[in-house]
Design a protein around this ligand. Structure first.
Ligand SMILES: Nc1c(C(=O)O)ncn1[C@@H]1O[C@H](COP(=O)(O)O)[C@@H](O)[C@H]1O
Length: 157
């Protein structure tokens, strides 16, 4: 079974990151979800990222708000693909989170989704997993087909 880690800087990010976890589980992906902070638990972040491949994790989705260093620092510690989710912040509405995550230097890429875009982070992870797992690729195709039909069948009063 494919396995994805969903990590976040604080429990306060869970209301957003839970959406990614729910979607991944719907597609039959095993999820390791937990709070990991580059700022508050730096040693644990290093251990978590370095041991992720040993635990069978294939992709890491990392959500953080404000000075959002977690996705980039995680990407610096592992060869696994990291998808960053900018969490809406109280004072700057997540623009700070977005810019912190997206502006990575050459050599350390983080695939950044929209502010609060945890569901798209899950869908991107599923597309990547689909390269290796044909059943996941089929489920992604079905998801796209269903979405298309829903739009085409929309009736306006
Ligand atoms: N950006 C980071 C990191 C990090 O990048 O390591 N650790 C916590 N945080 C963020 O701080 C915000 C406020 O956290 P609290 O609600 O716990 O005060 C959260 O959005 C979290 O992601």
């Amino acid at each position: 079974m494919p396995k994805v880690a969903v990590i976040m800087g604080s429990k306060s990010d869970w209301e957003y990151m839970k959406e990614a976890v729910d979607l991944l589980k719907q597609f039959g992906v095993e999820v390791e979800a937990r709070v990991v902070s580059a700022h508050r638990t730096p040693e644990f972040m290093v251990e978590f990222a370095k041991t992720a491949p040993q635990r069978g994790i294939e992709i890491i989705i990392a959500g953080a708000g404000g000075a959002a260093h977690l996705p980039g620092m995680t990407a610096s510690l592992t060869h696994l693909p990291v998808i960053g989710v900018p969490i809406p912040s109280k004072n700057l509405n997540g623009l700070d989170s977005l810019l912190s995550i997206v502006q990575m230097p050459y050599g350390v890429p983080v695939a950044t989704v929209a502010i609060g875009g945890a569901k798209n982070a899950a869908l991107l992870a599923l597309r990547i997993l689909g390269i290796k797992y044909p059943d996941i690729a089929e489920k992604v195709k079905k998801f796209m087909e269903d979405m298309k039909n829903e739009v085409l069948n929309t009736k306006l009063d």
